[in-house]
Design a protein around this ligand. Structure first.
Ligand code: HEC
Ligand code: HEC
Ligand code: HEC
Ligand code: HEC
Length: 171
């Protein structure tokens, strides 16, 4: 535990020193998302999963990591709300699109965490699973799965994706 705190402090210092907000707004001290002894959801999540919204991709209520993220990212909380009716398909097994296996969840579905790793160790723009040069190369990210639509020559070689939900960086 102590070691972890030191590593987190070192990371925070790194960010401050570079003058960038590279590690995003999620709690660097973990406990806004994970409650060590009073969890409300899977993965000792501190926030109750929000399942009331219907997922148009499945016809069922939100589940899994989708519900975990919606626990904060909803209209009531007002934290960058995400509405499943207006969002890229999530929560289902890909039909046509070829998704790299390491980006799919264990059950073969595409989740929020297929595209985002929300951990404070992820320095990428919007916690994406790939580097997109602060958003100016989003097409490069799309090409991880939609290579047919993307002009590869615009971005050069696409970096291999990191595994989803990766534990905080080991360095
Ligand atoms: C924005 C919310 C959020 C923050 C902040 C956050 N986590 Fe997580 N973490 C998650 C979610 C969501 C999962 C996946 C839970 C699941 O699907 O069971 C997860 C999973 C994990 C896991 C399981 C292994 C893995 O990576 O899937 C560990 C360990 C973990 N987090 C540690 C941490 C630590 C340590 C911190 C602080 C540095 C932290 N988390 C901060 C949301 C968060
Ligand atoms: C405990 C509440 C909480 C949970 C759970 C949570 N977030 Fe967040 N998230 C926040 C807050 C707070 C912000 C910052 C909002 C702002 O700046 O207005 C944020 C911002 C973000 C951003 C924008 C980052 C940026 O750099 O602008 C992304 C992307 C994001 N969250 C994705 C996720 C995903 C994916 C999950 C589920 C794995 C998740 N969040 C779960 C609280 C949460
Ligand atoms: C197919 C990939 C993909 C999936 C799946 C996905 N996102 Fe995102 N998300 C993105 C991209 C790309 C951006 C950045 C868009 C931009 O900057 O215009 C983003 C941005 C965000 C932001 C920041 C919004 C803002 O106003 O800046 C939040 C919060 C977020 N996503 C949460 C989620 C949640 C919650 C889920 C699951 C319900 C999810 N995402 C699923 C790709 C995805
Ligand atoms: C991790 C893989 C992945 C990434 C990255 C990704 N997508 Fe997708 N996308 C999918 C899957 C899976 C589907 C659903 C089609 C299917 O079932 O095969 C989809 C569907 C779509 C659709 C069709 C939506 C509909 O309702 O018919 C559009 C448009 C789309 N994606 C755009 C994007 C854009 C733009 C980006 C980049 C910002 C992006 N996607 C990034 C996997 C991905």
């Amino acid at each position: 535990m102590r070691k972890l705190a030191v590593a987190a402090a070192a990371l925070a210092f790194g960010v401050a020193a570079s003058g960038a907000f590279a590690y995003g707004p999620h709690d660097p001290n973990c406990v806004e998302c994970h409650s060590i002894h009073k969890a409300k959801g899977k993965g000792i999540l501190a926030v109750a999963p929000l399942t009331k919204e219907k997922n148009p991709s499945t016809g069922n209520q939100a589940a899994g990591d989708v519900a975990l993220c919606l626990g904060c990212h909803n209209d009531d909380q007002g934290i960058m709300p995400i509405s499943l009716m207006a969002t890229h398909p999530v929560g289902m097994k890909p039909n046509k699109v070829k998704v790299p296996a390491e980006l799919l969840k264990a059950d073969g579905t595409l989740g929020c965490m297929s595209c985002h790793n929300p951990h404070p160790s992820n320095p990428n723009y919007k916690y994406l699973q790939g580097q997109v040069a602060k958003g100016s190369e989003l097409g490069k990210f799309c090409s991880l799965c939609h290579s047919e639509q993307v002009d590869q020559s615009s971005f050069g070689k696409v970096a291999a994706p990191k595994a989803p939900a990766a534990a905080p960086a080991k360095k």
